[in-house]
Design a binder for this molecule. Structure first.
Ligand SMILES: Cc1cc2nc3c(=O)[nH]c(=O)nc-3n(C[C@H](O)[C@H](O)[C@H](O)COP(=O)(O)OP(=O)(O)OC[C@H]3O[C@@H](n4cnc5c(N)ncnc54)[C@H](O)[C@@H]3O)c2cc1C
Length: 602
């Protein structure tokens, strides 16, 4: 079966036709990233992904990670691929070149990630932690911490982790109990146990730099008393060489549903009383610093999910073109045909196409906002970009990961029984992608973030900024005869979303608070659907212009595919969204009223 991850034509469409990435090259910060360079970078990512990383996907799943005597080993092929990621500079593509980053626009990186992560999410998930861990040190760390760790992390010679979760605290980090005590030399001694730490131990790098949340002795209870520490696996001498082993040890790895190539480690800190680390930033500001980095981390999870969905869609599409089964539903010729000819399979494929493309555009849009924020010198404009990033982040994480699971699930359905077997990669994609709805803040927490924080911030200004952006696209689409009816439907859905948002916001601040939070997930889903419709209408405008300009051949087929996606999603999916909003606004309180014992089961 052909090895596929992402459709290059699709990636180019988002990069060049929807967001025009090379426009950023007129700013000094991104001057190197011309169209030619952008194309070269995407080609490099694609080749690396298909030739070197994709062959490790099944190996990671079947062999996985091994734990023995406090050490974790990964398949040898992973080490080779890791080294190739080092050579390609893929550990911190968007970070500061002064410290080993590449200074790349985020938009370009998100599209390259589509290939790299899609080739092996387990490996790229561990590798992806470097960017976040390094960014925290770059932004909040001392000069000494930067000097000791940053370049090695950004270049991938050492890896990084985020050690937050404990057995008694996952979603609510305010309850964590890992303790830190200040030493005379200014360092801190840590004791405690962390669980579920991705990349907590492995043999791909000589050193691992853990970013650990802990509570300093005497600090306030709850989230106001949490601090952040750098805790290296091996201490580092001033000249960068490795010193003695620190007392942070992996005590086991999880057996799990998917992501077998990524070690999910339990970590013991200070079992021998010798775990030391250094404080990042100020005492008790650990969670606040983590929150500042959260958008980035959540969007990376969205990118993981999109990559799996994109692969799953293309595998299903290729299979549907070749699998012969049953005659067509109508017509005189009763010979069996490829399943792509059957209407139900076509519906599944087009649904998958819509979500995959809409999600790619959404993540590209958010990344582009980040880039524009960097190059803009207008404070009002910067604030608007940030407002949009804030309100779209729970959608880019929560909605995208939920839909990616749906897409991977549908891919299995297209394959039929073969999809359920491990002969084809779609079952692994579903097992791997499933975690994305859980980590980096469960999707329940994303929904609460949207309803309880993002809508309430600045008196709903974030939502109104988003509404204005959607409205602009609707108005532009109305100028095309062929799109004006679709534009009307999107506008209608946007109008209903505004009513739903207002009602949910008022309820969440008033007496119906519990009912409102019961349906926070549905609000996230409905908002995500409307945003998908917006993205598809936007794509349709570009495609209609190209079609009107007389493009022919393969080009015409691509644009026709875009127009059909928009028509399908807006006419067939968006009406269901209206129903979701009706259901939400009813604020049924049965889930609140039912007593714990009436749930049954006892
Ligand atoms: C493969 C894997 C890799 C991971 N990698 C890392 C890592 O690198 N570093 C790290 O620190 N952690 C990591 N985690 C941990 C992950 O972030 C947590 O599992 C996640 O935050 C959820 O916490 P929990 O498992 O304790 O679930 P809980 O917090 O117990 O949640 C259980 C359920 O209750 C819901 N819930 C909880 N609180 C509320 C609330 N207040 N309101 C409404 N609903 C609520 C949740 O949405 C969820 O549905 C990883 C986990 C896995 C499985």
């Amino acid at each position: 079966m052909a090895q596929v991850i992402a459709d290059r034509r699709e990636i180019d469409f988002v990069l060049h036709e929807q967001f025009d990435v090379s426009r950023l090259s007129k700013y000094e910060k991104f001057s190197e990233f011309t169209r030619k360079t952008a194309d070269m970078i995407i080609s490099e990512a694609r080749t690396l992904a298909i030739k070197e990383i994709l062959p490790t996907l099944k190996i990671g799943d079947e062999i996985g990670c091994r734990y023995e005597n406090g050490n974790v080993t990964v398949p040898a092929e992973f080490k080779r691929a890791w080294n190739q990621l080092i050579q390609g500079g893929w550990f911190a593509p968007c970070q500061n070149p002064e410290w080993g980053g590449q200074g790349m626009p985020r938009l370009l990186h998100v599209m390259a990630q589509n290939y790299l992560i899609g080739a092996n999410m387990s490996l790229l998930m561990v590798a992806g932690l470097n960017q976040g861990a390094g960014h925290i040190i770059e932004r909040f760390g001392s000069e000494e911490q930067k000097h000791l760790y940053l370049e090695k992390i950004y270049t991938g010679h050492w890896s990084g982790t985020m050690a937050l979760t404990e057995s008694e605290c996952g979603s609510n980090l305010g309850d964590l109990s890992t303790a830190a005590v200040k030493n005379e030399d200014g360092s801190y001694s840590l004791t405690g146990n962390k669980i579920f730490i991705s990349g907590g131990d492995h043999d791909m790098t000589d050193n691992i730099i853990h970013l650990v949340l802990a509570r300093i002795q005497g600090a306030p209870e709850g989230s106001r008393g949490i601090s952040l520490f750098v805790v290296p696996k091996f201490h580092v001498n001033e000249d960068g060489t490795l010193s003695e082993r620190n007392d942070i040890v992996c005590t086991g790895i999880e057996e799990k549903m998917g992501l077998h190539g990524s070690p999910t480690c339990s970590m013991a800190l200070g079992s021998n009383g010798r775990c030391t680390g250094t404080l990042v930033g100020e005492e008790n500001k650990g969670l606040a610093m983590m929150f500042l980095m959260m958008n980035e981390a959540r969007l990376m999870v969205g990118a993981q999910a999109l990559s799996c969905a994109s692969s799953a869609y293309l595998y299903a599409l290729n299979y549907a073109r070749t699998r012969i089964q049953g005659p067509p539903i109508s017509g005189k010729d009763r010979a069996s045909v490829a399943i792509i000819k059957h209407p139900d399979v076509r519906r599944m494929l087009l649904t998958m196409k819509c979500y995959t493309e809409g999600m790619r555009s959404l993540l590209g849009y958010i990344a582009n906002l980040e880039d524009q924020k960097i190059v803009s010198d207008n404070n009002e404009e910067k604030e608007r970009y940030q407002n949009l990033i804030e309100i779209l982040t729970p959608v880019g994480k929560g909605y995208v990961t939920d839909r990616a699971v749906d897409v991977c699930n549908m891919a299995i359905q297209v394959f039929g029984g073969y999809g359920y077997t491990s002969e084809y990669p779609v079952e692994q994609l579903l097992r791997d992608v499933r975690i994305t709805t859980i980590y980096e803040g469960t999707n329940g927490i994303q929904a609460m973030d949207l309803l309880g924080r993002k809508l309430q911030m600045k008196n709903m200004k974030l939502f109104f900024d988003l509404k204005d952006e959607i409205q602009k696209t609707v108005s532009e689409a109305r100028e095309f005869d062929s799109l004006s009816a679709l534009a009307g439907r999107v506008e209608n859905a946007l109008h209903t979303l505004c009513q739903a948002v207002e009602k949910m916001d008022q309820s969440a601040r008033g007496e119906a608070v519990l009912q409102a939070y019961t349906f926070a997930g549905l609000l996230l889903e409905a908002a995500g659907d409307v945003i998908m419709a917006w993205m598809m209408l936007w794509r349709a405008i570009i495609s209609q212009k190209k079609t009107d300009s007389g493009v022919e051949g393969k080009g015409a087929e691509f644009y026709d595919g875009q127009l059909k996606s928009a028509e399908f999603f807006i006419r067939s999916v968006l009406p269901v969204t209206l129903g979701k909003m009706v259901s939400m606004m009813d604020l049924c309180s049965a889930a609140i009223d039912i007593s714990d014992t009436s749930f049954g089961g006892k």
